[in-house]
Design a protein around this ligand. Structure first.
Ligand SMILES: [Zn+2]
Ligand SMILES: [Zn+2]
Length: 333
């Protein structure tokens, strides 16, 4: 069944002429900044299943703790910069991204485990397309993601070297348990705040043309597109880790910051509104939010933890009304 503007796909989802599907509920922000809000709403968002902590925050934290306990060189070795332990960190990070992003890609795009159910774009990843390295979107995206892992690992090695030599502001769990937990919980908000501003910076035309264009070659995104960036963008993107030069932290904070910065994009670029293993409503909103950024370029520079897009007028909530508003703004002389 179809008419001029829409057709119904194999999952009964309405797709427009360009094959786009949208969830019915608009994009929103985490309820901390939504108004009106109540303690009950905030508590439900925070502790609910799915919610802020479960599943994604918890998954990233678990991965960080395992990497910290079992796959990080001893502190004494890291006092002296050397290729040996630096390569161990690089290898651990390559494996981590390979398994995490690879698993999402395998399930959603290779096995097509949920078909096109809740997939925003009707198409799969591009092949035989000369815009991409190796004429293949996935190979291109994996290549640039791995360059990103190298940049992330360099930041991590430098910071570990600083901790091992007591050269960085340190705050331990035993001495400052409240700050330890609070800083851990604030991390997504710091990352969102940082990302919004660096993202606006790289949309400055000279930087967009030379650097950020590479990420935006991906209009139809998949898990590997998340970290497919120009190396200059990787440096700017992972510079959120430099906060640990200033803010008293435990190395676990630094690692958690790096791990979420490296793995988060695989989820936010998955191209699907909802993954079979259950997603937090907030994360679902975030995926559509960033998908729309790839679709329209000039909207949704940030993510859903901090509503900077709303405050600065670049927010697109995914509704037809917002579509019309931004289209009108673009055609205005
Ligand atoms: Zn993106
Ligand atoms: Zn962008």
């Amino acid at each position: 069944m179809s008419n001029d503007d829409t057709n119904i796909d194999e999952h009964g989802q309405k797709r427009d002429r360009r094959g786009e599907w949208r969830p019915e509920r608009p994009v929103g922000f985490m309820p901390l900044f939504d108004w009106p809000t109540t303690p009950k709403i905030v508590a439900k968002w925070f502790f609910g299943v799915p919610g802020f902590l479960v599943p994604w925050y918890g998954v990233y934290l678990l991965i960080t703790v395992i990497a910290y306990l079992f796959f990080t060189p001893e502190m004494a070795r890291m006092q002296v910069l050397s290729a040996g332990w630096a390569l161990e960190i690089l290898l651990r990070n390559v494996v981590m991204v390979g398994l995490f992003t690879g698993a999402l890609h395998l399930w959603l795009y290779r096995l097509r485990g949920q078909g096109r159910k809740r997939k925003y774009n009707a198409n799969w990843m591009a092949t035989n397309d000369k815009r991409f390295l190796f004429r293949d979107q996935v190979y291109d995206n994996v290549f640039w993601s791995m360059v990103g892992v190298l940049v992330w690992s360099l930041f991590e090695v430098g910071l570990w070297w600083g901790y091992a030599n007591n050269a960085l502001p340190f705050s331990g769990l035993a001495a400052n348990p409240v700050w330890f937990v609070l800083w851990m919980l604030l991390m997504p908000f710091w990352r969102n705040f940082h990302f919004y501003w660096i993202h606006r910076l790289i949309h400055w035309p000279p930087l967009y043309r030379t650097v950020h264009y590479l990420h935006h070659k991906n209009v139809n995104v998949g898990p590997w597109s998340g970290m497919a960036m120009h190396p200059v963008e990787h440096v700017i993107y992972f510079s959120c880790m430099l906060i640990h030069l200033i803010v008293p932290s435990h190395p676990l904070h630094m690692m958690f910051n790096g791990v979420t910065t490296a793995l988060g994009p695989a989820v936010s670029h998955s191209g699907f509104d909802e993954l079979v293993f259950g997603d937090a409503a907030a994360i679902r909103k975030e995926k559509l939010m960033h998908y729309l950024h790839h679709r329209y370029h000039t909207v949704n520079f940030g993510e859903s933890a901090v509503p900077l897009d709303k405050w600065f007028g670049s927010f697109h909530d995914g509704t037809p009304e917002a579509d019309a508003r931004f289209r009108a703004a673009r055609t205005r002389p």
